[in-house]
Structures are given as structure tokens and as C-alpha cells.
Design a protein around this ligand. Sequence first.
Ligand SMILES: Nc1ncnc2c1ncn2[C@@H]1O[C@H](COP(=O)(O)OP(=O)(O)OP(=O)(O)O)[C@@H](O)[C@H]1O
Ligand SMILES: [Mg+2]
Length: 336
Amino acid sequence: MEQKTTPPVIKAVNLSKEFITKKKESGIKGAVKNLFFAKNTVKKAVDGISFEVQRGEIVGFIGPNGAGKSTTIKMMCGILNPSGGEVWINGLSPKKDRQVIVKDLGVVFGQRSQLYWDLRLGESFELLRRIYEVDKAKYDATMEDLDRILNINDIINTPVRQLSLGQRMRGDLAAAMLHSPALLFLDEPTIGLDVEVKYSICKFIKEINKKYQTTVILTTHDLDDVQALCDRIIIINDGKIVSDSSLEDIIDKTSPERQLIVDLYTDDIQLEHPRAEVVKIEGQRVTLKFRKTEISASELISYISKQYAIRDLSLVETDIDDVIRQIYKQQREPVV
Ligand SMILES: Nc1ncnc2c1ncn2[C@@H]1O[C@H](COP(=O)(O)OP(=O)(O)OP(=O)(O)O)[C@@H](O)[C@H]1O
Ligand SMILES: [Mg+2]
């Protein structure tokens, strides 16, 4: 008997997008020239990317400004047509089968609200409820859930135009979720938000992912969000995927060395270990460098504690911003 396999939630093959813009010259002379002779220039915003996303994954799309993240998201939700390659959402085309796909899709663009500016938040929701044909009982239950995490009731009667950025973002997230989509695209959902709102948004994403197995695609420049949420990170640079793995793997590959700082009760320190390097001894403090793959921190600590009484110790975490910056830089200045 033929077995039916479910397609991945997202499958992109060689997906590309070119933008054609007119190259304009400045000045009055230039303006006249532009009218008749402006040259077309082609920008490859997304340059042949391929990946698959399975149900329940939270995938972080990161990359420098202009890398092609938002363009990729727009192609995945059918706002933009690819110029090459293809993308499927649950085996369907986001453009051709938009009517079907849209019912199972939630989108938040942090830079631009999807809410109705002139309505109260609650009225916006009611309109969306009708558009998505969500029945009232289901809607009420979902709203109760959303309110618990995003405190929606506090702002439900406020006109959207009067909402602060953080309130508006909470409203946008709730709006994207009120038809309980199985796939959520979040393009910079925490941009410009204070730590408290950021925390509640991260908590919200985690909860819906756990509770409903919602698949989440998230772009952000905030690596704390990525660290808190994403099991998998796709790094895009100049329209191409330059890395697709877990944050842990990225750190292990780019910055495999960790540091252990130990304070002892003596300054007479003679310490050696075949799998760790003593970098510095300053008074009673010794700094060691080691690789996770060679020795674990606990093994090293227990080795030291057999020779010296330990007063205090700290493990220096890898700076993720540094690691990612290194990757972006490598791509800009390829090693020849
Ligand atoms: N409608 C458009 N017309 C022309 N060029 C565009 C258009 N949209 C995007 N681009 C260009 O495509 C490239 C990728 O843009 P995109 O918005 O996808 O980047 P991004 O990775 O989301 O960046 P950011 O982190 O700044 O949001 C940029 O060079 C941008 O100028
Ligand atoms: Mg963007």
C-alpha cells in the first residue's frame, strides 16, 4: 500500500529574488537624465537558498541589514513572487494556493503593523475574526489564552493609533494568532521593545510552540532572543545561506575555547594539565583555557580542587555577538 508522507512545513529549493531598480543620478542635470536614460540595476536580494523546516521547529533567520531575510519571509507568505526557484508551504505554493495557506499562517512585521489604525484593538480583532471565519467560542478561548500571556485585555479598548510600540506589538502578535495558525512568521517582533515586553513576547512564542506545536520562523538582530528561542539558526548573508545549525554548533565551530577563572587561597600556584592551558596567573587567581571537546569544565575543576582549595570560580561564557560578528565578517572578507 502506498504510504502518504506529510510534506515539510516549509521547503525552499534554490529560492531567489531579484529586484530591478533604476540607477538614478543626482543633481538637476541628473534628474533630467533620469527621466530618459536611467539605467536598470539588478539586485539579487535572495540568491538561491534551499532549506526545509519541519513542524514544531523554531528557526531563527539572522543576518546583517539587507541580507535578504525579510524578502525570504515575504516569498514564503506569498507577498512577493520568487524570480527563481520555488517554495512550498505544506506542499502548496504560497502564491497560487494563497487562499488555502493564509488560513494556517500568521505574520508579524515588527516594522509595520497589520492592525487597523482607526479602530480600537478589539474591533480590529473582531474584523479579523470574521475575515478568518473563526467561530465565536473558539475565538473567546484563544483570546483568553492570549490575554494570559500578552495582557491583551488591558489594551483591548484602546484605538490602535494610541498604542505604544510595545502595546502595538502585543496587539499584532495576538492578531496574528487569533485564527490559531500552525505556522507563524515573525519579522523582528521585538524591535525597539523594553526588556519586560521582550520577555513576555519570547515567553509567548515558547508557549504556543510547546502547546500547539506551532512552527515559528523568526528574524531578529537580538541574539538574546535567538538564544532564548531558537533550536536552529539559519544565517543569511548577501542573499545566501552561510550557516544552518544550532547555536551550540556555531559556537563550537567558531569559538571552541572556553575560559575558567579560579581564585585560590595561595599565590604559590603550579598548575598543569595536558588538556588545558594555563593562560595567566595573577596573585591567587589562575585563568585556564580549554576546549569542550577535550575536557569538561567539571573535570577540570575537580582536577584543580584535588591540588588546591578553591575560594571562588567562574566560567566565562562565549560572547554570542562576537561569534556571529565573526561569521558575518568572514563572509565579507573571504579567506583566500
Ligand atoms: N521592494 C524592493 N525593491 C528594491 N530592492 C529591495 C526591495 N526590497 C528589498 N530590497 C533590497 O533587497 C535586499 C534585501 O532586503 P531585505 O529587506 O530582505 O533585507 P533584510 O535581511 O530583511 O534586512 P534588515 O535586517 O535590514 O531588515 C536589500 O539590498 C534591499 O535594499
Ligand atoms: Mg528585514
